[in-house]
Design a protein around this ligand. Structure first.
Ligand code: E4P
Length: 218
């Protein structure tokens, strides 16, 4: 399973990259706004900086909701760096745009996916990634992880190449559950990724090893 970090915060992206386990980055307009990145030039420079920090795919989202606008924006984003993946919402114009980008060999991430039907259309259009938002489904008492499993099974059955990118991860357990469900990628906040390391027995064990060492050598 690939690990992406879901943020536009450069410090956190660098920390995850330094860990040596990072496969890519996802951003969205809300995450960019959270970091105070505004204005086309600053946004473009921010994407370029992220691409210089990490080795893998970096999702950059289009703002347009019409086909022509998405194509213009998406092509400009893709031209910024070979690691850029054009992030497109799963609306009618978005599916058309994903098909267009896919025919041109450009990478896409179909976002705001909340149902198996949306995921099916994204795969038919040739999306590189499909992003089901599991946390937002959990928020409305719907099982987000179950959707991941459903999409993984459906894609496997038909042999679609589209990778299931579990998004809207809220906590560490979500990462484990997505791994169990067969997600190809999870995109998570740094805190949820680092949470995977936490275990009290590790802390107790390490403390004891160091204490025993220091008894004789300290
Ligand atoms: C996915 O690519 C999105 O950026 C993200 O996972 C949305 O998560 P949220 O529901 O925490 O905003």
């Amino acid at each position: 399973m690939k690990f992406f970090i879901d943020t536009a915060n450069l410090e956190q992206i660098r920390e995850a990259q330094d860990l040596g386990i990072l496969d890519g980055v996802t951003t969205n307009p809300s995450l960019m706004a959270k970091e105070g990145i505004k204005g086309d030039e600053n946004i473009i420079n921010h994407y370029k900086t992220i691409c210089e920090i990490v080795d893998g795919d970096v999702s950059a989202e289009v703002i347009s909701t019409d086909f022509e606008g998405m194509i213009k924006e998406g092509e400009a984003l893709a031209a910024l760096h070979p690691q850029i993946t054009i992030k497109v919402p799963v609306i009618k114009e978005g599916i058309k745009a994903i098909k267009y980008f896919s025919d041109k060999g450009l990478k896409t991430n179909c976002t705001l996916v909340f149902s198996a039907g949306q995921a099916l259309l994204a795969a038919k259009a040739g999306a590189t990634y499909v992003s089901p938002f599991i946390g937002r489904l959990d928020d409305i008492s719907t099982d987000g992880v179950a959707l991941i499993k459903q999409i993984v099974d459906m894609y496997n059955y038909y042999g679609y190449d589209t990778q299931v990118l579990a998004a809207s991860i809220r906590h560490t357990l979500h990462i484990i559950q997505c791994a169990e469900a067969g997600a190809d990628v999870v995109t998570a906040p740094l805190s949820a990724i680092l949470g995977l390391l936490k275990h009290p027995l590790t802390d107790i064990g390490l403390e004891k090893f160091l204490a025993d060492y220091n008894k004789l050598n300290g």
